[in-house]
Design a protein around this ligand. Structure first.
Ligand SMILES: C[C@H](O)CC(=O)C(=O)O
Ligand code: MN
Length: 336
């Protein structure tokens, strides 16, 4: 029997980073209807930084979370509606609102050493009848043993699955294999993997994760996402079909969603350019990319220097203000 792999498509959440969070609810509804018809199990919707992300720090979205959720939930026939929440950015109130508008799945995303700040939200999600998934961001920054400790915490709070998340697209297949194997051995709920393509390894890393025991994997159509984007859903579907895995997704239909619905709405090409490659090389949070490009422009410094310095400083999500500090310091040093 073919092994089942669950694909969570994040075109309408991680993909929001690539369009500076400017999809409209109507655009989201059109893409969501296509993803649903193609057989996507779960699709994630919100600002790129999750519920409550629309702000000065992360950039304002074109619409409110509830407008996106309302628009998408109206067109879904089979796919589950998911949201992402970073505790502190999103609140319990946001989660209740998402449940009210039809969200059935929440991924509670924390830095890979801070699962404890997700306890309350996992528990609230369970009380609301939602599937709750722990999402350990920037997983390249810590060794497998640390991820195991954090995954166990999520499991102890009642998480239904735990993700190893390569937020910086900094891992090689070997890094992925070690982490997934260790987490898989330590917990009894499913393990997931979320890739970014900054080193051009998103699909390869996702396959390494599956071989190591992950059964939930993420994709975005056209690879739309932070940095160089994510594993491209339509490629993932094709590759997994060739390898004999069952995803439930119709290949032609998902190709058509990517080509006809997503591609025309893209604001910039989703490629591994020098800035995106620097993110993966330096191990920097993918959603820093557009902020760093703007800072490079403003302070007339090389975006690669900003990203390499942010990597050296081991900055993590939530420290977006550091991008401007680093750019400013580099510009001062250049003038001296
Ligand atoms: C808020 C981030 O964009 C979550 C994510 O997709 C990642 O860490 O990667
Ligand atoms: Mn991501």
């Amino acid at each position: 029997m073919a092994k089942k792999i669950r694909i969570i498509d994040s075109t309408l959440r991680d993909g929001m980073h690539a369009v500076s969070h400017q999809f409209t609810p109507e655009e989201m509804a059109e893409i969501a209807a296509g993803l649903d018809a193609a057989g996507i199990d779960t699709l994630e919707v919100s600002h790129g930084d999750g519920l409550g992300g629309s702000s000065y720090n992360y950039g304002f979205a074109a619409a409110k979370d509830e407008d996106y959720l309302k628009a998408v939930s109206q067109v879904l026939k089979n796919s589950k509606l998911g949201v992402l929440l970073l505790p502190g950015i999103g609140t319990a109130h946001d989660l209740e609102m998402a449940a009210k508008f039809g969200a059935k799945v929440v991924r509670v995303a924390t830095h890979c050493t801070e699962a404890d700040i997700g306890e309350q939200h996992i528990k609230i999600a369970k009380e609301l009848g939602m599937e709750a998934i722990g999402f350990l961001m920037m997983s390249h920054m810590v060794p497998p043993e640390k991820l195991v400790e954090q995954a166990k915490l999520f499991e102890s709070y009642g998480a239904d699955a735990v993700y190893v998340t390569d937020s910086a697209g900094a891992m090689t297949p070997y890094d992925v294999k070690k982490r997934i194997e260790a987490v898989k051995d330590a917990i009894s709920v499913p393990v997931g993997f979320h890739a970014h393509n900054n080193l051009g390894l998103a699909i390869g890393n996702t396959l390494a994760a599956i071989e190591a025991g992950a059964t939930y994997v993420d994709g975005t159509t056209r690879g739309l996402g932070a940095g160089a984007g994510n594993s491209q859903t339509e490629i993932l579907v094709a590759v997994l079909a060739k390898l004999g895995y069952e995803t439930g997704v119709d290949l032609y239909k998902i190709m058509d969603v990517a080509e006809e619905l997503v591609a025309p709405k893209m604001r910039r090409p989703q490629i591994v350019d020098k800035a995106a490659l620097s993110l993966g090389y330096a191990g920097v949070y993918g959603s820093f990319l557009l902020h760093a490009m703007r800072a490079a422009e403003k302070f007339k410094v090389d975006v690669r220097d900003i990203l390499i310095e942010l990597g050296r400083l081991k900055t993590v999500g939530g420290q977006e203000d550091m991008i401007v500090d680093v750019a400013y310091e580099l510009s001062k040093a250049k003038k001296q």
